[in-house]
Design a protein around this ligand. Sequence first.
Ligand SMILES: Nc1ncnc2c1ncn2[C@@H]1O[C@H](COP(=O)(O)OP(=O)(O)OP(=O)(O)O)[C@@H](O)[C@H]1O
Ligand SMILES: [Mg+2]
Length: 260
Amino acid sequence: MLLEACDASKTFRARRGGTSVDAVVSANLAIRPGDFVAIVGESGSGKSTLARMLLGLIPVTSGTIQLDGVALPTMDRPQRHRFRRTVQAVLQDPAGSLNPRKTVGRAIGEVVTLHRIARGKDAVRARVVEALDLVGLTPGQSFVDRYPHELSGGQRQRVLIARALVLDPRIIVADEAVSALDASVKAGVLRLMNELRERLGVGYVFITHDLPVVNKVCDYVYVMKSGEIVESGTKEQIFAVPSHPYTRTLLAAAPTLAPA
Ligand SMILES: Nc1ncnc2c1ncn2[C@@H]1O[C@H](COP(=O)(O)OP(=O)(O)OP(=O)(O)O)[C@@H](O)[C@H]1O
Ligand SMILES: [Mg+2]
């Protein structure tokens, strides 16, 4: 399986009189299950826009997003259904990804029901508990009936991962998914993501400001600036010999990553 952005661009049109924004310009990116790909770049460089394009949440202005060579708008119903299951999002919790009025069991259970993964109250609950166990919220039973405010930030982030995993995705697009967490919790969630990659073969498009985290967990890096992917390569290539001046600036701002 292969998820790709092919010369994908997004222009946000101005409402009236204002100027339009070229948020993403001719982006090319590819990810397979088991890959850990990072998108880095300064604020406003187009990372989240590219993520939403990859997830099919916003239409491209030109170019295509393709799954196994089939462009999103040309997919038939079964292909679209497969896309919605296999490519999942884990976004930052403070952005309000969890409804405060829904228990963990309901938040995940709704996804299970919607995608017809299980039917009937008991079967759905069993599936939810299984997903919670998988992300280390153990025993899952003790988390199903809790509300988001009854969880820590790291636990909420794990719930979001569980909600994505319940669909058995091959690729997860994670936009600033751990940025709000403190160091030790962050490390825990990252370990979990890596473990799921090894165990289930999940691939990640990991969007972050945090270069030390990229250095720790990712294999391949795309660097964005002003809507363009200005550089891409393996982590070793990018960190050891950044070829683009912007990447050098970015790395210089993270002194712990200066090449030894
Ligand atoms: N819905 C929208 N309408 C108009 N402009 C938008 C919209 N969404 C994003 N933009 C603009 O597109 C550009 C890229 O934004 P984007 O959110 O993709 O950046 P980012 O790299 O994710 O930044 P950050 O690191 O701060 O999250 C910005 O100039 C932003 O103002
Ligand atoms: Mg963003």
